[in-house]
Design a protein around this ligand. Structure first.
Ligand code: GDD
Ligand code: MG
Length: 344
């Protein structure tokens, strides 16, 4: 199950018109990257637990994505992080353990290894842990020498954390289901996990690869830039890049059917999703541009995030640090001051 409800307030205004799971990660919708990762771990069906903007997600995702079958479980009112598991109990493993994953995680956690550890232990839940420099924004965890979780604290700072945090990826045994009340909002982190910890029933899986939570705009941007660099390091000059008439400064990613005008310059650290048009002599640096956006001639964009289907008028200047909501229209020759947020 991927938990994909809530209002993604920390991603506003980009999330006003686009659910978090459809945010592009180096040009690929998050839900597709997650489905491929889950598929590589042997998952063949994913339940998307949704409420806000679920119609958009249903249309975009359909019945399968990234090689994995998709079933939707829609809450009438938000049920928290545990309530959706109980709601979808007839879709999740009756006898077998299943994964539950926060819908804003980009990672290469070894799901096969994690599941094997879970099966070989007596635990009711296995939680992936990562080490981060600033644990206060996350659920903090302490373990004993066998990897059994001895303390779990969801952002209250009740103990001093050595930096190990909840990665938002769990394997749960079906018996956890009965401990979640039906039809009400319940928190895994604040209600279910503390009980499991008390009973010594929570195992941990230490992850050493990459891990991001894209739930804040700053983290979303960092994720894209670091993954872009990682991908570029592993690839040569792509066919796509050579087809453009504009100049590309690496690292950069151009989605399919994106077009660069004569004399335009894109990059470094720039990601254009599919169907983005960059006008003649326009420049786009250090920025992320969502799909179907049009950037007018001679416009300049630096250090910005531009939502989907935006029109940036010719000659406009978008100041550093600006965020422009999807479907906005910026008139020609506008000067958008640095750090502006253009709402929907
Ligand atoms: N279906 C559904 N219904 N999903 C929900 C609801 C709800 O009512 N509320 C939240 N979610 C989903 C969010 O969409 C998100 O994918 C996930 O649950 C976690 O919520 P966040 O709001 O992103 O929490 P967080 O990032 O502050 O903290 C969580 O993730 C951290 C790791 O990134 C916690 O699990 C922390 O313990 C953890 O360290
Ligand atoms: Mg999050």
């Amino acid at each position: 199950m991927i938990l994909a409800g809530g209002f993604a307030t920390r991603l506003r205004p980009l999330s006003c018109s686009k659910p978090k799971l459809l945010f592009p990660i180096v040009g690929v919708p998050l839900v597709e990257s997650m489905a491929r990762w889950l598929g590589s771990g042997g998952v063949d069906q994913v339940v998307l637990a949704v409420n806000h903007l679920s119609d958009k997600l249903k249309i975009e995702v359909g019945q399968s994505i990234g090689g994995v079958r998709v079933v939707f479980s829609v809450e009438e009112a938000p049920l928290g992080t545990a309530g959706p598991i109980r709601l979808a109990s007839n879709l999740l493993g009756k006898d077998d353990p299943f994964f539950v994953i926060n819908g804003d995680i980009v990672s290469n956690i070894d799901l096969v290894g994690m599941l094997a550890l879970h099966k070989s232990s007596e635990a009711d839940a296995t939680i992936a842990l990562v080490s981060v420099p600033n644990p206060s924004q996350y659920g903090s965890v302490l373990t004993d020498s066998d990897g059994i979780v001895s303390k779990f604290d969801e952002k209250s700072g009740s103990f001093s954390s050595p930096g190990l945090v909840n990665a938002g990826v769990y394997v749960l045994s079906p018996r956890v289901m009965s401990s979640i009340p039906i039809g009400k909002s319940v928190s895994l982190e604040r209600e279910v996990f503390p009980r499991l910890v008390e009973n010594g029933k929570m195992q941990s899986w230490m992850h050493h690869g990459f891990w991001y939570d894209i739930g804040r705009v700053s983290e979303y941007v960092r994720t894209n830039k670091e993954l872009l660099e990682r991908q570029e390091a592993g690839s040569g000059e792509s066919e796509r890049d050579r087809q453009k008439v504009g100049h590309i400064v690496r690292p950069a990613y151009l989605g399919s059917k994106s077009r660069l005008g004569v004399g335009s310059e894109v990059g470094p650290f720039t990601i254009l999703s599919d169907n983005v048009t960059v006008g003649d002599s326009a420049t786009v640096q250090n920025s992320i541009v969502f799909e179907e956006t049009t950037i007018g001639e001679k416009a300049t964009i630096e250090d910005a995030v531009i939502g989907e289907r935006v029109v940036i008028g010719r000659g406009s200047k978008i100041g550093r640090g600006s965020i422009i909501a999807g479907q906005s229209s910026i008139p020609a020759r506008s000067v958008v001051p640095p750090d502006s947020v253009i709402l929907c």
